[in-house]
Write a protein that binds this ligand. Structure first.
Ligand code: TMP
Length: 246
């Protein structure tokens, strides 16, 4: 189904921002946006790009399910409700330019940084932070960098990390219940108009690593990064399992 908002949207409403995978639209309500998920997928600092028909519908659905689940558990997110296949009504936020990455097992950049085998178990979850800045290739930062450079205060990064740990616990348990290991994920935060810190952006197979427990199959964007194929089928399978669990 097509988003009711996009169908009826008056042309004088602004696009607030557009990235590689999503468009954020202004609405008549000063507190709300509509986010449209696109079929584009990228990898390796956006050097590799493609359009995969139906991908946006699936990342939108998974992110709606996860954000709705986090809301139901008392964590605050920007998500208000789904709007058609590719859209979400969300709270308007001022995004904090920091990405929190949580890792439960070694994959991706930590494998390259430390020269350890992919899949190595980590004794406890590992938190990383990056500065959201494409011109600088989103460098890894720590809390001192964030505070000293005016990117985010100690108080803010502490709150973001604490919430990310809670999200990790909740999602590890949720995904384990559908036979999927949450290997790692990226999460972002922002402030609503009234100053509340909320989880924003998306949480989906585009921003997490998931492994099928029964056969070790990757169920996320690594299928695109490493040309493993069956991206839509795999995202759909993950969506189906999540819908049954929630
Ligand atoms: P990494 O291993 O490449 O550092 O990625 C860690 C996790 O963060 C992985 O689940 C993918 C996710 N991620 C994003 O969603 N967007 C990004 O730009 C990056 C670098 C990672």
């Amino acid at each position: 189904s097509v988003s009711a908002f996009l169908l009826n949207r008056s042309s004088d409403l602004e696009i607030l921002s557009e990235g590689y995978t999503k468009v954020v639209y202004d609405t008549d309500d000063p507190e709300l946006t509509v986010i449209e998920f696109k079929d584009t997928v990228t990898a390796f600092r956006n050097i590799k790009r493609a359009t995969i028909k139906g991908k946006g519908r699936l990342t939108c659905r998974v992110s709606s399910l996860i954000m709705g689940y986090l809301n139901s558990k008392g964590l605050k997110t920007h998500f208000v409700k789904a709007d058609g296949d590719n859209g979400q009504v969300c709270l308007k936020v001022r995004v904090i330019p920091v990405r929190i990455i949580m890792r439960n097992a070694a994959a991706g950049s930590i494998v390259r940084t430390f020269g350890i085998p992919a899949g190595t178990a980590l004794k406890h979850p590992v938190v990383e932070m990056t500065y959201k800045n494409n011109d600088l290739d989103n460098p890894i930062i720590n809390r001192d960098h964030a505070d000293a450079l005016g990117i985010a205060t100690y108080e803010e990064t502490e709150a973001m990390i604490e919430t990310s740990r809670k999200v990790n616990s909740l999602l590890c348990e949720l995904f384990a219940s559908i036979g999927v290991q949450l290997v790692d994920f990226k999460i972002e935060f922002g402030y609503t108009a009234d100053g509340t810190m909320v989880i924003t952006d998306e949480i989906s197979p585009d921003t997490c690593r998931f492994r099928n427990m029964s056969d070790g199959r990757q169920m996320d964007r690594d299928r695109y990064r490493y040309d493993q194929g069956d991206i839509i089928d795999t995202y759909q399978e993950l969506t189906n399992r999540l819908e049954k669990a929630l």
